[in-house]
Structures are given as structure tokens and as C-alpha cells.
Design a protein around this ligand. Sequence first.
Ligand SMILES: [Zn+2]
Length: 135
Amino acid sequence: MKAFSCPRCRGQQKRLGERCVQCGADLTALARIVERADAAHDAAVRAARAGRWAEAGEQASVALAFVPDDVDTIVLLAKVTHRQGRRKRSVELWERAGELDPGRADVPLALADLRKPAARVPARRAKRKRRSGGR
Ligand SMILES: [Zn+2]
């Protein structure tokens, strides 16, 4: 679920209206920023689906520049950087997503996957092992 905080009082808004529910500050500028972030997020999703990882990463970074704490975008960028082989960056992003939303079940799974000792074992052997290993 998305939440927005008022730039003046940090009050949480469940929905982004014209004014802050707590202090009454004008939130129309924030709404425009969120719109741009959403557009960049959508562009990143389209690029990722098409396998254009560089473009996906760029658009997700743009979205995060507008709304830094958007967990969905952080997770998207974590997946993109993983695909790009940028493990360290991907781990940082997954950790950040877990901090912002501790309830996400995909975060520990992704981190466990990324922290596995990296491909020292030849891929073919690893596959066979997995198949015969059972459990
Ligand atoms: Zn406020």
C-alpha cells in the first residue's frame, strides 16, 4: 500500500488529496511529483517486461528521485539490478525495501538468493545436484 507524507508536517496521508489531512498544507505540488513518479515507474515496468534492463533501471531511478520511499519501485529496481548482475546494489535495495515494509515476504527470499555463495559451482553441476537432491 502506498502512503504519502506531507512535506510540511510529515503527516501520513492515506489518499493524496489537495490538502494535508493534518495541517492543511497545499499538496497539489506533491500530487504532481507523485504523478511523474508513477509515470516513470510504469515506463520502468514496460521496459523490464521487454527485457530492456538499462532503460528499466533508468526509469525506476527517475521514479525514486521523485518518491524515494516507494517500496514497489525499490523492489522493481532491485530486480532489475539483479538481472544486470549488480548484486551489491540489488542487496542494498532489497534491504531498503525490507526496512520500509517488514511484512513483505519476497524480501527475505530475494536476499537469501542473492547471498548464496556465487556461482563457483559450474551451472550444469548445480542443476543436476538440485534435481537429484530432493528436498
Ligand atoms: Zn501537513
